[in-house]
Design a protein around this ligand. Sequence first.
Ligand SMILES: Cc1cc2nc3c(=O)[nH]c(=O)nc-3n(C[C@H](O)[C@H](O)[C@H](O)COP(=O)(O)OP(=O)(O)OC[C@H]3O[C@@H](n4cnc5c(N)ncnc54)[C@H](O)[C@@H]3O)c2cc1C
Ligand code: SF4
Length: 563
Amino acid sequence: MTTATKQEAFDAVVVGSGAGGGFAAMGLAEAGMRVLLLERGRSFEPARDFPMNHPDWELRPRAFRDTEITTGDASIVLEEGALLDQRYAHLGSSSRPGEVPKPRSRREPFRYERVFGLGGTTLHYQGEAHRFPEHAFRPASLYGLGVDWPVSYADLAPHYERAEHVLGVAGDPANPFKPPRGPFPTPAHRLSYASQRIATAATNLGWTLLPNSLALPTRSVDGRRPCQRSGGCAQGCIFGAKSSVDLTAIRRAERTGRLQVQTESRVLALEMGHGGRVEGVVYRRAKSIFRARARVTLLAMGAVETPRLLLANRSASQPNGIANSSGLVGRFLLETLLAEVTVRFDERIDAYKGPPIDSRIWNFSRPSRDGSVRSGYVLGVSGTLGGFHGPLSHALLLPGLGRAHKDAMRSHFGTIVTLFGIAEQEPRAGNRVTLANTKDSDGVPLVRVESGHSDADLLALDAMLERVKELARASGTAEMLRQATTYDVPAASHVGGTCRMGTDPGTSVVTAYGRSHDVPNLFIVDASVLPGQGAGDSPSLSIQALALRTAEHIVALARRQEL
Ligand SMILES: Cc1cc2nc3c(=O)[nH]c(=O)nc-3n(C[C@H](O)[C@H](O)[C@H](O)COP(=O)(O)OP(=O)(O)OC[C@H]3O[C@@H](n4cnc5c(N)ncnc54)[C@H](O)[C@@H]3O)c2cc1C
Ligand code: SF4
């Protein structure tokens, strides 16, 4: 390996270009700062790299498959999950249609879904763009779950609005479960036929099914094509319509001329200087090691890699790692609480036509203090979540051989939909990321992830599974093909909490502006800062709004010479 120092002086270096890093880089560059954005993965070209341009797209590996932790570069030591509470054995998952869930004693190994690439996990995400509801910022005071945030909905509202405009979010402002707001930048998607069917059942149950708010613009934004309703967001949008961060915030930042993006550059260490400040970062690109220096460093590697880097940078003066005087780096990991049923109708509903998650039911987002369930949760309808999408996935998943298989294809194709719920997990210090004894090829320690369920989590999973089954029955479905929950099979797509924000340096890692309590020129702008999960809503828009708020704060500090 050779070592070199990047000579240009940057005002800021941002590490990681996903939901948080991309938006922070944009916020800083648009405000006049010179920014270096270092991204471990490569950049993707939608028309060239994503598989849906080919008829056999369902058989092709996803473009970013090798960058996902489950299949490619493993950062987590795979080991058995937590012991399962057998009182909830009925929540067990089946993996194939018609299969009875197997009894297990432990959870499967922790499975973290993320992408290394310019745009981070937003390359893979389904574009749900949710403002967290007001109550989700005060869950401890209002219904006794977790901690209150050091920021309120009102603090974030202007940043939510800015992020929505950058993304061209499509939505309907008439959502009685959310704070009043102005129009969305682009009109809401029309409901798919499947969602219309399920809306009627929801109404009969006294619930309200509403169009989802999505970063899949219904009109052209910044010269990009509007969403073509192909349902392929998780494979990568071949039309470049999905508002992943590479096509939105990073492009805008590049237009300022003040952002330098460097892909395939993995940051390995932070360099500490006098006065407990970060002087810069050390990174590897191909076979060379580089150093980059900046006045301020922002970490945005996601809720596993950010604590990993901080914990791995131990020294005599910082025996617990960087920014970890509280001992909380890596703790209070929040994973995804998900329960779903995949069901079949007796007729075609063609749920695969339209955005992957085009509707949501928010009736259960606000728990009551007297209720048994203390986690807010949100139900949804998806044509693709259960694994059935186009003809080939049906052919692979449906049972039978020869004529029986052909008959199953004829009777099942276009009749299947998945009803699901996502809940807020109770934050607990014991759910955490720690360093393992083994190292990867760059010499960085792997991590162990310990994540189990509290009583509140199990009650929420149970309640969601019951509700989605209720919804399926009320919709007149013919058959339940499979159920899956994260009780036994983790599917951690919404991960956060490992460097949480707060006002007290004893109980949090960063301030309400993402600034380390210990290191004055170190900021964190990814999912790790989230103290909670928004009562079941999806996190990216909140990560993006918080990153914009942090960027604005850094600019103000720099102007006052306080960095
Ligand atoms: C299948 C799926 C669907 C989802 N759907 C939605 C949705 O519809 N709506 C929603 O709000 N959320 C969704 N999410 C969650 C959402 O994608 C994440 O919450 C969000 O992207 C997290 O943002 P982040 O900035 O913390 O991390 P990421 O977006 O993961 O970005 C981290 C970046 O850091 C880079 N990096 C890591 N280590 C290093 C290093 N050492 N040096 C340099 N770079 C590094 C990575 O390559 C990556 O680009 C989904 C997630 C998945 C997996
Ligand atoms: S649903 Fe829309 S945004 Fe998603 S992949 Fe298809 S065209 Fe692209």
